[in-house]
Ligand binder design. Structure first.
Ligand SMILES: [Zn+2]
Length: 190
């Protein structure tokens, strides 16, 4: 039954799967974010809209609020803890009333230098992607990572992916962890 209501049933509505592009991270993340912006991920409200009876529409993580896309990825307490950690890491604050769509499109200026915006966008997309993975871990395996563990995973994944994909040498790991926003983009080995 779990298989019937996972992302695939919604994904199949798209053929071929369009994607948003950010060549610093894998295409699968861009496809996920594209679906996210169109509300085509299997949150309970969207499944209900498609006639799938789930018994409850409440968020599986907080069990308190109806699970919409925005709630699952952005406003749930569990997601907010992760976004707060990410903003602290980048030393910036998401303005009150921030909207997930704006964050994904990087359409609101939140003080990230333009030369680093693509990297910031990669971090935002990977954050959405891993918040969703963590939500699915809860739904399908009844397991769930603490915010700190998800944040650490975001730092590791973005570093690996960006480092492997950028043409120039990328920041040393320690600098990526400490000052991603204020460091020069690339590490000068000389
Ligand atoms: Zn919730």
């Amino acid at each position: 039954m779990a298989k019937l209501i996972d992302d695939k049933s919604i994904q199949r509505e798209l053929n071929p799967a369009p994607t948003l592009k950010n060549n610093l991270i894998p295409i699968k993340v861009g496809i996920f974010v594209w679906r996210l912006l169109r509300k085509r991920i299997a949150v309970r409200v969207e499944l209900d809209r498609r006639g799938i009876d789930l018994g409850t529409l409440l968020c599986p993580l907080c069990n308190d609020v109806v699970e919409s896309v925005d709630h699952a990825i952005f406003s749930c307490k569990s997601a907010q803890d992760i976004w707060n950690g990410i903003s602290k890491w980048w030393n910036l604050s998401l303005p009150p009333g921030s909207i997930l769509d704006d964050l994904i499109k990087c359409s609101t200026s939140i003080g990230v230098e333009s030369s680093k915006r693509k990297i910031w966008q990669a971090v935002v997309w990977v954050t959405c992607y891993l918040i969703w993975k963590n939500r699915n871990l809860k739904v399908f395996k009844n397991d769930c990572w603490a915010a700190l563990k998800v944040i650490a995973e975001i730092q590791v994944k973005t570093y690996e992916w960006i480092k492997n994909r950028s043409r120039k040498p990328f920041l040393p790991w320690q600098q990526w962890l400490l000052l991603p926003a204020s460091s020069p983009l690339t590490h000068d080995p000389g």
